[in-house]
Design a protein around this ligand. Sequence first.
Ligand code: ARG
Ligand code: ZN
Length: 873
Amino acid sequence: MIYQENTQAIYRKDYQQPDFFIDSVDLHFSLDEDVTLVHSRMTIRPRTENQKKPLILNGELLVLKSLKFNGHVLNATQYHVDKTHLTLPNVPAEAFELESIVEIKPQENTALTGLYQSSGNYCTQCEAEGFRRITYFLDRPDVMARYTTTIVADKSRYPVLLSNGNRVEYGELNDGRHWVKWADPFPKPSYLFALVAGNLYCHGGKFTTRSGREVRLEIWVEPQNHDQCEHALQSLQKAMRWDEERFGLEYDLDIYMIVAVGDFNMGAMENKGLNVFNAKFVLCRPDTATDDDYEGIEAVIAHEYFHNWTGNRVTCRDWFQLTLKEGLTVFRDQQFTEDMTSAAVKRIQDVRILRSAQFAEDQSPMAHPIRPESYIEMNNFYTVTVYNKGAEVIRLYQTLLGKDGFRRGMDLYFQRHDGQAVTCDDFRAAMADANQVDLTQFERWYDQAGTPVVEASGVYDATAKTYALTLRQQVPEHLQAWHIPVAVGLLGKEGQDLSLQLEETAPAKTTQVLELRELEQTFTFKNISELPIPSLLRHFSAPIKLNFSCQRQELAFLMAHDSDPFNRWEAGQQFAQQVIFDLLADWQAGKTLQLDALFSEAVLKILQDDKLDGSIKSLMLTLPTENFLGQQQAEVAVDGLFAVRQFVLKQLAEVHYAEWLAIYRANHQMPYSNSATAIACRRLKNTALHYICRLDTPETVNLAEKQFKQSDNMTDQQSALMCLVNTFSEERGQAIEYFYQQWRHNPLVLDKWFSVQATSYLPDTFDNVKALLQHQDFTLKNPNRARSLIAVFSQNQAQFHRADGLAYQLHADIVLQLNATNPQIASRFVSVFNHWRRFDANRQALMQAQLNRIIQHPNLSKDVYEVVSKSLN
Ligand code: ARG
Ligand code: ZN
């Protein structure tokens, strides 16, 4: 093993309380192009009296310039410094003050963790363990301190100096520099520290809390983006109001700031009072951002705002508890979006992400419970499992306890733990105690990895008028049964909901939530006077795979009638999947393909259903992705799935051409607005355009081209470009060039230009991606740009998984480049190879060869090492 960095795993079971606490820290930053000086003065207190423990502070990439203990300079024999720690072997058993000065070089920080530069401005990202790259500290979430921060910088280049809390003092020096001092009254863990310095424009606003306090809101952006902030501001105001109404939670400082930066590894960061955001989740204008971008902004702004209570006021004891704040906060932002837009549409979108990304993670060597047992690099555990499955687990509490019961649990959680760093068990205890229920078995959701599989079967007894539903969970040998709420409805032959009664005394409902706790349970509904069609797992009531054998007629029936919109969509997806897999068998047997008439008819019914909301309709008219279909197979049939899915799309386009065109025309005239109705129209229209363009005739190309050139909004322009990019027309190249010239100076739109080309399903996509890597505007240094081409292409199943392995090789080259500059992004990218064992022998060998090449690389980061070593294991 050539590997050098410390690859020791850290275990949840080894958690120990800190030996010392830090009560206050006074920071002083002197920002300079050459070196930045960080001066820190901390008051430190041993946890227990008379303890004789060494003080071990975290610190990385720091150059220690001076160290003082209670005001006295320490000499080098009194402490020890290595690459990751500063150790003071002898410290007294009472409170003391430690003062240090370190040098750092933010201008050379390409990993974008700690203090770094983006577009010439300074900003920070400290979660999870970035603060130790700023100064020596007990960089762990259960050490909470009060911070004051003074920033000194050149006034002309860095007129704006921000940190957490309130601005308490400021002044000017006579050398052209100025300074600002901030004080944050709330004790916080180091991962919530933030600093921003630069030339920024402020889009201001305000919010009056329900108790009548006025809060100043500030969105800070690079000056050229001044006209792209209003939606972010409004989203923040909506989120603040919603959290008061739904959870009784009010904001606690007098100012709330959001800064948009161009270079950011993730989505955004909830630093106390000073969120730092990936610009992608702040900036928008109708002509530059799509409807999905608008919704993404509203959701992420809300997410970070909600963290102020779920994350900041109550934080995590240790990083294994990450889902305590992330699962809960994702759930809260999902509920918020369900309330702001459409509950059904949002639920479908969330389940699509869960199933395509999280279920896949569960099937991979990186599978872990939402509360992991160990990690090598914490940044590798900001995953869809911790976040999205974590949110599903929180949703389970609400499904089991009801909205009011859930609220009681939340209230008790805050009552008990405000100002503390706590665990997932504390949260579960609050839910249980507030509702006087036993949630012992519920812990399995936290400590067992994997997606539960439930088999369902039903028996109708016409004489007894009962319907008996048996649910059986398949529990792997080393695991125990989960506590699973299964929401069930039964449909009569007119498609109506039957009234469901379990016990004589219990109230009848049209949807019953069954609690499956045993390996197998049977639930018997009474007074069922006709043979029902079951609608199971309504609203996706648990993150499981439910197997229930359903005839195509039944799927078509549910698709047309189910009162639960989620299950209506779900029936369509299952129907499509059955159709595709049957065709795949034909394709593999060399037979000619023919589209199932019943399916085609079911699609037509959806097309003609005037009562369906356009957003749902458009989702119902979208086939499961190749990636998702591949996951349902023992071995991913890359080429077959591609061919068959393309066939179905083209057939649907041809057979229903008149309807697609009619839908297109009916929805195309609507003038632009950001309303739900206008968004639904655009979604439906653009879905229609995609089908229409499958025909690739001069007329269809013309339609797309017209929309491309004439649209006044990015949703329509990008959709049309996506259509054109998949045609063999001359207009394709022209549109690509036109879009580039139009948007080359807007980085976020230029990202779309790279992405759209990387999603093309034409066979020259790999060559285009390779050429785009050389484009003057391409750079791996900017995570958004890197993702726009590389990550997007790696999800293009048929093109990325070319049988010749050339795309794998290129991908590994890029991973190795990023490994040296930005390990977090490298590790994200290398993760596509996690699924290598699910492919055919040829592709397996090709991917394995790249993984072996990567693991042998001499200077592998912990991040990449952890993923690749687990993948090869
Ligand atoms: N807490 C942030 C959020 O949920 C995520 C930041 C994670 N960053 C990281 N480098 N691991 O929005
Ligand atoms: Zn979060």
